[in-house]
Design a protein around this ligand. Structure first.
Ligand code: UTP
Length: 297
């Protein structure tokens, strides 16, 4: 049995250049799918998985993200006065317990591995989760919970994986599979953004990780890797080289890459269609739109 995972790191210090000009003044994580910012989806997933401490690795210009978690006393008082109970509940569901959130600064965007390493002093000798808010996942149970349940069986480190087409593998970290046990695979290696045609499998790593504390020690030693950045993938691959276990979980659910425009648009449609109060009118709108476009072609 491995130790319980109660801390999660949310690296949110990236530049978000794919969403310029919006990200000139808005942190990417505050952009909304329907009416909830990306960060709220990530927090809800972490809470559902039993995470108690939330560590944000932030950077310059992310003030709006820190403010988002403050209790909005005036707004709550006004909604209470007006008897708007539903809105009050929605607002309260975003409140975080005092002391549950910590903010650490990454002074320069040196890569995901470096961002995770910045949180090293907030962790004891314990496994921890890393959640990339760009990856929004529709899944039941939520993806991180699936991983924590699997990790309780396996121990070691675990990454969430999904199958991708061969021509897409070079955009991801990819697992070299030693043993395929169905939902769980044991990794023999891991490569960040393999050159086209060289990917060791079609299992791509997406933005959910449960990592052994030794991964932090590996990050201490790392230099810049693929793309000139300090890569988390390299620190996880070092676990395997040093004889420790790394597993991949084929999670059940749908992942949206909300760090890209197309992924963000797809997620907006998918999450809009999930909402009871929107799905009727929204699906009619989409069907009509498609019919009009087809007729015009
Ligand atoms: P990405 O490279 O996908 O995001 O990093 P980005 O750099 O913010 O966006 P683009 O590519 O310029 O549009 C994946 C995750 O790692 C975090 C990002 O915030 C994002 O959540 N990250 C990346 C850091 O926290 N620090 C870094 O130095 C790099």
């Amino acid at each position: 049995m491995s130790r319980k995972v109660t801390k999660a790191i949310f690296p949110v210090a990236g530049l978000g250049t794919r969403f310029l000009p919006a990200t000139k003044s808005i942190p990417k994580e505050i952009m909304t799918l329907v009416d909830r910012p990306l960060i709220q989806y990530a927090i809800d997933e972490a809470r559902a998985a039993g995470i108690k401490e939330f560590i944000f690795v932030t950077s310059r210009g992310k003030g709006a993200l820190e403010d988002y978690f403050d209790h909005a006393h005036e707004l709550e008082a006004s909604l209470r006065e007006k008897g708007k109970k539903d809105l009050l509940d929605t607002l309260r569901a975003t409140n975080m317990e005092s002391g549950a959130i910590a903010y650490i600064r990454q002074h320069k965007a040196l890569g995901l591995g470096h961002a995770v390493w910045c949180a090293r002093r907030l962790l004891a000798d314990e496994p921890f989760a890393v959640i990339l808010t760009d990856d929004v996942i529709l899944g039941e149970p939520p993806c991180l919970q699936q991983m924590i349940e699997a990790h309780e069986e396996t121990g070691g480190s675990m990454v969430a994986t999904m199958e991708v087409a061969a021509d897409k593998a070079s955009s991801y970290g990819v697992l070299d599979v030693a043993e395929d046990m169905g939902a769980i695979v044991r990794a023999r290696g891991m490569v960040e953004k393999p050159a086209p045609g060289t990917a060791p499998s079609n299992l791509a790593v997406i933005g959910r990780y449960i990592l052994a504390p030794t991964v932090m020690q590996n990050l201490n030693k790392l230099r810049a890797g693929s793309g000139g950045e300090i890569q988390l993938t390299d620190a996880i691959a070092d676990e395997i080289t040093e004889g420790r276990d790394v597993f991949g979980l084929r999670f059940r659910g749908q992942r949206f890459d909300c760090g890209s425009k197309i992924g963000f648009l797809q997620a907006t449609v998918a999450f809009g269609l999930e909402r009871d109060e929107l799905k009727g009118e929204f699906s009619d709108y989409l069907s009509n739109l498609m019919s009009v476009r087809r007729a015009a072609e």
